[in-house]
Design a protein around this ligand. Structure first.
Ligand SMILES: [Zn+2]
Length: 303
């Protein structure tokens, strides 16, 4: 399958299924998580387990799977002492994802993220890393890029989007959203177990106007609580002149592992996914804590 068939299906109003989280599924099969790089080294340390996770998502009905490159950003690999493995690790991740889709009508997305960045680094320091990661992944032949700018402030997202603007590959942008005290939706994240102290950044609607300058492709609400997802999708739909989508999360991160709190059954996930579709989402999947069972369940919504 080529990306043009995805575009055709989207133009016909059809639903595209994205995979779920990779790190959580790797944990479930016993892959070792790295203290700094989380699941980023699994492509080298647990390749068989990673292949199995991708294959499970393909079997579950995913149209697009995401290579395990979210955490293997050049800046994070340098930070945690793996500078000499940057290319090898990312190439291996793509190779394993491609093996999983071999002979199937499924595309491979390369994830370029803000993993390993801290606000104190400043956007100027991040730019070379974004450029390097985009080049490595696009040279390796992925079908599309997902800019997983989740949990970031608008200026960081804007920098990442700007770096990708000359890419020849289709590019999706995913962002994380939270409610502020007045129930307005902002960029931000809420990974704390108590959900009492979310990080709240710029208002979503204002941010979308900023991203427009450089990004006209699909935008997805990702790594967000399910409670905020439906309304965030509506805001995207009303302010973005292209496809919108959703892949929220469940649980929270306690280094170096994802904790699967919040008991959401696959059937409940389907009910929520129907609401995102009603609000305009055409690409649906899952982020951290959402696994193969949930993706299998929502794949019945494909039309
Ligand atoms: Zn996530």
């Amino acid at each position: 399958m080529s990306y043009s068939s995805i575009e055709k299906r989207l133009a016909e109003g059809k639903i595209i299924i994205l995979d779920g989280g990779i790190g959580g599924e790797l944990q479930k099969v016993g892959a070792k998580m790295d203290e700094g790089l989380w699941c980023g080294r699994c492509s080298l340390d647990s390749p068989n387990e990673l292949l199995k996770v991708h294959q499970n998502y393909v079997k579950a009905g995913a149209d697009v799977i995401t290579a395990n490159t979210y955490a293997s950003t050049p800046i994070s690999m340098k930070k945690y002492g793996y500078e000499d493995l940057i290319k090898e690790c990312n190439h291996k991740s793509i190779k394993i994802a491609k093996e999983a889709v071999s002979g199937k009508n499924v595309l491979v997305a390369g994830s370029v993220s803000t993993y390993g960045y801290f606000m104190k680094d400043g956007v100027a320091k991040m730019k070379p890393s974004f450029d390097e990661h985009l080049k490595i992944l696009s040279d390796t032949g992925v079908d599309l890029i997902i800019l997983e700018a989740m949990s970031s402030q608008a200026d960081i997202v804007e920098t990442l989007v700007e770096c990708s603007s000359n890419l020849r590959l289709p590019t999706w942008l995913s962002i994380s959203c939270v409610f502020d005290k007045n129930k307005n939706i902002h960029l931000g994240y809420d990974d704390d177990v108590s959900h009492k102290d979310p990080q709240v950044y710029e208002e979503l609607e204002d941010s979308l106007h900023r991203f427009k300058k450089f990004h006209s492709g699909p935008i997805l609400v990702a790594h967000s609580n399910m409670s905020v997802t439906e309304e965030a999708v509506s805001i995207l739909k009303n302010n973005h002149n292209n496809t919108v989508g959703a892949y929220p999360n469940r649980g929270h991160f306690v280094k170096p592992e994802w904790k699967f709190t919040e008991d959401i059954k696959p059937i409940d996930y389907v009910k929520s996914a129907k609401k995102w579709i009603d609000s305009g989402a055409q690409i649906i999947g899952g982020c951290c804590g959402i696994g193969v069972e949930e993706i299998k369940a929502i794949s019945i919504l494909k039309n």
